[in-house]
Ligand binder design. Sequence first.
Ligand SMILES: *Cc1c(COP(=O)(O)O)cnc(C)c1O
Length: 368
Amino acid sequence: MADYSQQPTPLAFTQVPHPAPMPGAAREQAIADPRFGTVFTDYMVVVEYDEAKGGWHTASVQPRGPIALDPAASVLHYAQEIFEGMKAYRHPDGSLALFRPEENARRFNDSARRMAMPELPEELFLESLRQLLSVDREWVPGGDGASLYLRPFMFASEAFLGVRPARQYKFIVIASPAGAYFKSGHAAVKIWVSRDYTRAAPGGTGAAKTGGNYAASLVPQAEGIARGCDQVVFLDASERRWIEELGGMNLFFVFDDGSVLTPPLGTILPGITRDSLITLLRDEGLSVREEPYSIDQWRADAQSGRLVETLACGTAAVVTPVGTVLDDQSEFTIGGGGMGQIAGRMRDRLTGIQTGRLPDPHGWVVTV
Ligand SMILES: *Cc1c(COP(=O)(O)O)cnc(C)c1O
């Protein structure tokens, strides 16, 4: 991990005991087969920011519950909000592990700067995760594909209707046990090409993990669902030609000569899974290029057989093959339309490193 010795000592956390944590049997049942994001742990972390009090000032780990918010809180009006998504894994020896958490801490601050929000010291971000995991330890499931999904987020809580960066914020971490992200599990997904809507424009907020990007993706997502698709792929806003990413996952294209292509950073979200996959693919001797790839080329390459796999990746769904692509003019299938060799191998390697089943040659795993 990086050296945080230059940063100020993190705040001391107040620990508020839970009056009635979920009993063990009920918890075991709740985490046995959770649907994504529906079951939550007993606790949450809350850290307060106030410019007038010198910045981040009060930190606690407390029973999870509703938070009081003034109706004029600026997040409700102007959407100053950012978040992260990461997972805690139970290793075979019973220890808990995070995957590259310092990358999430860094990206959180990249998002904060874009949204004119205060940065959170990386060590405070990491300490918040440790605090939550220490009280919610029993909530981390073991076993293949299972983990505790962690959701750190920050929003403007100041009661003020003028348009300017707020002066008060809350940073909160909640957690939710997770199984497989898509209902279809390991099966390939069907993707809808959004022609009418874009996700991000040059100069916009596409590279920030901010709620508004997701709000804007819901209409095209609904369009896709109505056509029997699982996810939406967005094209660039200028030419409506270059493939960007899915609503919450980055894309890789695998060719029959063993080369791999992924869209370049800029308007897309810089995924930590994307970055890890680039490394793992290169470990295997594959050449990975970060280059624009057009929707027309995608179709032509799938039809000619030059393109053998397309994979979508992100923390929630790890690595998921894209089987079929649909737009208002055409439909095409990639490879055999199911799980490809590279997708299967990458999913296995990544989850193996994350869950402690395989060695961690790049030092990505951090035990908590
Ligand atoms: C979070 C996210 C991803 C994936 O990022 P990971 O760090 O790999 O989880 C990709 N695209 C968007 C739009 C995202 O919000």
